[in-house]
Design a protein around this ligand. Structure first.
Ligand SMILES: [Zn+2]
Length: 359
């Protein structure tokens, strides 16, 4: 749709069927004598319901596109929908725009159906219009609750971001908002009892549990990724690099290790016959080679040959560094200066250790 893939999860079908079954008695009440048709009417309503969820998601997608953010897909699942946007809005104002437009669209759609309610004749159609008005208004208002992963959470995030200047602080505050919302959702059956003095039933408890789990999970994921990303900028390839010793590819391994120890180098790079770096000695492979065999093996025997993804600029840092390492997973990387000279070797274990040691 508009160059955006719309995916429908199978869990959606389950809920659509559930809605059809749950609505059937009411359909029967409003329009008796439909037979099996009452399920069909319920299913039609479920489809309309999800079409309005789709409108909500499309408004997020269109706003993101307006800001030049590529939209990957829209997925409809049992609790509504998700619009997957590549990258993140780069300013609090854009974050606000992309997130607030969804609930506003739902409220607008709900208002349109509420208006139609006055002019729709009694019968099945009125029942559908009433349901769609109520559902869209509910989705719009509930989504404005200021906690991640809800849209209102992203609105809160943008506000905190604007005030503090830090998107990460915004995420953590909005994440805690989501956790509070989760706890409140869990107490919803009690609220029913207090407000309507109706005894909550199993469905109420189940619904409260599912929604609370969804909110708590989404909020916690957001908080965790914000904490990780806040630590990332402290990771700098240059400061984590090991001194490296370059040796000819056919130098015996034992001699290469002896020279490296003498030079206090933490890594060994193998040069080809044109004196260009062609491989990085793999520490694990080296340690796995018995000492008595090392004089008989050339250094290149335990080296991983250098492919383009294993060469990184010495000044790479933060998210760029992590992304580059994810693109080409390896235990050692060669760090190059801008002029192509070798600066050193970066090991994944050193990066992991530095990351774990950052508070
Ligand atoms: Zn939304």
């Amino acid at each position: 749709m508009g160059g955006v893939d719309v995916l429908v999860r199978s869990s959606w079908l389950l809920v659509a069927a559930l809605i059809a079954v749950m609505l059937a008695p009411r359909v029967e009440q409003v329009q008796p004598g439909l037979g099996g048709g009452k399920y069909l009417a319920g299913l039609a309503f479920a489809v309309l319901l999800y079409l309005s969820v789709l409108l909500h998601e499309m408004s997020h997608a269109l706003m993101a596109k307006r800001y030049g953010l590529p939209v990957k897909s829209i997925t409809l699942h049992f609790l509504g929908g998700v619009t997957e946007i590549e990258g993140e809005p780069d300013t609090p104002r854009r974050e606000f725009g992309v997130s607030v437009v969804g609930p506003l669209t739902s409220i607008a759609v709900g208002a349109v159906f509420a208006g139609l309610w006055f002019v729709t004749p009694d019968g099945l159609l009125l029942m559908a219009v009433e349901g769609l008005a109520g559902a869209n208004l509910l989705v719009g208002v509930l989504n404005l609750i200021p906690g991640l992963p809800l849209d209102g959470g992203r609105v809160l995030r943008s506000a905190v971001w604007k005030v503090t200047g830090s998107p990460h602080t915004g995420t953590i505050v909005a994440g805690w908002g989501g956790r509070v919302a989760a706890v409140l959702a869990l107490s919803y059956p009690l609220l029913i009892e207090v407000v309507t003095s109706r005894q909550p039933d199993l469905v109420d408890y189940l619904l409260a549990f599912v929604i609370a789990t969804f909110l708590w999970g989404g909020a916690s994921t957001a908080i965790m990724s914000a904490r990780l990303r806040r630590k990332l900028p402290t990771l700098r390839a240059r400061s984590l690099a090991r001194r490296t010793l370059a040796v000819p590819h056919d130098l015996p391994l034992s001699e290469a290790v002896r020279r490296a120890q003498q030079e206090q180098a933490g890594s060994i790079v193998v040069l080809d016959q044109h004196a260009r770096p062609s491989g990085i000695v793999n520490e694990a492979a080296l340690l796995a080679t018995p000492e008595e065999r090392r004089p008989w093996l050339p250094a290149e025997a335990v080296a991983r040959s250098i492919e383009p993804g294993l060469m990184l600029p010495a000044d790479i840092a933060g998210e760029d560094l992590v992304r580059a390492m994810q693109r080409t997973p390896a235990t050692e990387y060669l760090l190059l200066e801008a002029d192509g000279g070798v600066y050193g070797v970066l090991t994944t274990s050193d990066v992991d250790r530095a990351f774990a040691a950052t508070p």
